[in-house]
Design a binder for this molecule. Structure first.
Ligand SMILES: O=C(O)CCC(=O)C(=O)O
Length: 279
């Protein structure tokens, strides 16, 4: 097992106020400051970035040949299965407990992790992450799912921080849209017409956001000179069950992230460990 320097803290409890919990459930997302220390972030950033460089399957695809999704970010999934230090990070109790307490569930399982590295944009009007909701992709029977978006450094506005349509997690329009140019155009219009507040803010060093699976979100392009290095962990209620896939992406997700699980059965394959449950 890797050794952990003492300044590193991924397990202690982060105390949430009732107002913060209420904010998350009402607004569909929350940004929390000082969740992870600079030492913790730097320790894991080095390892995660090294693995992203090794495993990046877009390295040989020139920018001009990439589609909108490929320009949005380099995506490397379930890194915890490839590296014990990343596993240690993904299994950290601090974030998992936050996910459980924000959603109000007794425990959470891992759906999957993913590194999302947004490269500096090489052309105007490209490199944004289109509007979408994650749960479109997930064959899961509960709305108690959420993503922790964990920037591994401070993210100023020009580097493409994650932004949210507040209170959009109850909004049904556009739930059949995959992340695409169409989702960007349709949801941009629909969310504005419906009057949702679009919250676009930088992230401080150590700040982490959580958003529900049905909260619409997007990110602008990275117009800085440095890659935007972000790790994410997707949590689901530990009692989640697998549903009949509603689209081909869900068929793929079922096979990939919930292998061997039966439709209607617990979403609890060997790669969906419980990461936190209350005593
Ligand atoms: O990092 C990004 O640009 C998008 C992130 C995202 O969509 C997510 O974490 O659900």
């Amino acid at each position: 097992m890797p050794t952990t320097p003492p300044a590193i803290d991924i397990d202690s409890a982060y105390t949430l106020s009732d107002e913060q919990i209420d904010f998350f459930r009402r607004r569909g997302f929350i940004k929390l400051k000082q969740v992870l220390s600079p030492e913790t972030l730097e320790h894991y950033r080095r390892v995660i970035t090294q693995r992203v460089i090794e495993l990046n399957d877009l390295a040989n695809v020139p920018w001009e040949q990439r589609d909108t999704y490929q320009k949005a970010f380099i995506q490397v999934m379930n890194l915890w299965l490839k590296d014990d230090t990343v596993k240690e990070f993904v299994f950290g109790k601090r974030l998992a407990r936050l996910a459980a307490e924000l959603m109000g569930v007794d425990g959470v399982r891992l759906y999957h992790d993913q590194a999302l590295y947004k490269e500096p944009s090489k052309t105007a009007n490209a490199g944004h992450t289109p509007w979408h909701a994650d749960q479109y992709y997930w064959p899961i029977d509960t709305t108690n799912t959420c993503t922790a978006w964990i920037p591994l450094h401070a993210v100023p506005l020009e580097a493409g921080p994650l932004s949210f349509a507040a209170e959009s997690h109850h909004h049904e329009i556009g739930r059949d849209l995959e992340i695409s140019d169409e989702s960007e155009a349709v949801l941009q219009r629909e969310l504005a017409e419906a009057g949702f507040d679009h919250v676009v803010e930088p992230f401080d060093l150590g700040e982490v956001s959580f958003h529900y699976g049905w909260t619409y979100h997007r990110a602008g392009p990275n117009t800085s000179q440095q890659p935007r290095e972000v790790m994410t962990v997707i949590y689901m209620d530990q009692t989640a069950r697998v549903t009949e896939p509603k689209n081909t992406y869900q068929v793929n997700d079922h096979n990939t992230w919930l292998p061997g699980t039966a439709i209607g059965g617990p979403a609890a394959s060997k790669i969906n460990p419980v990461l936190y449950h209350k005593d």
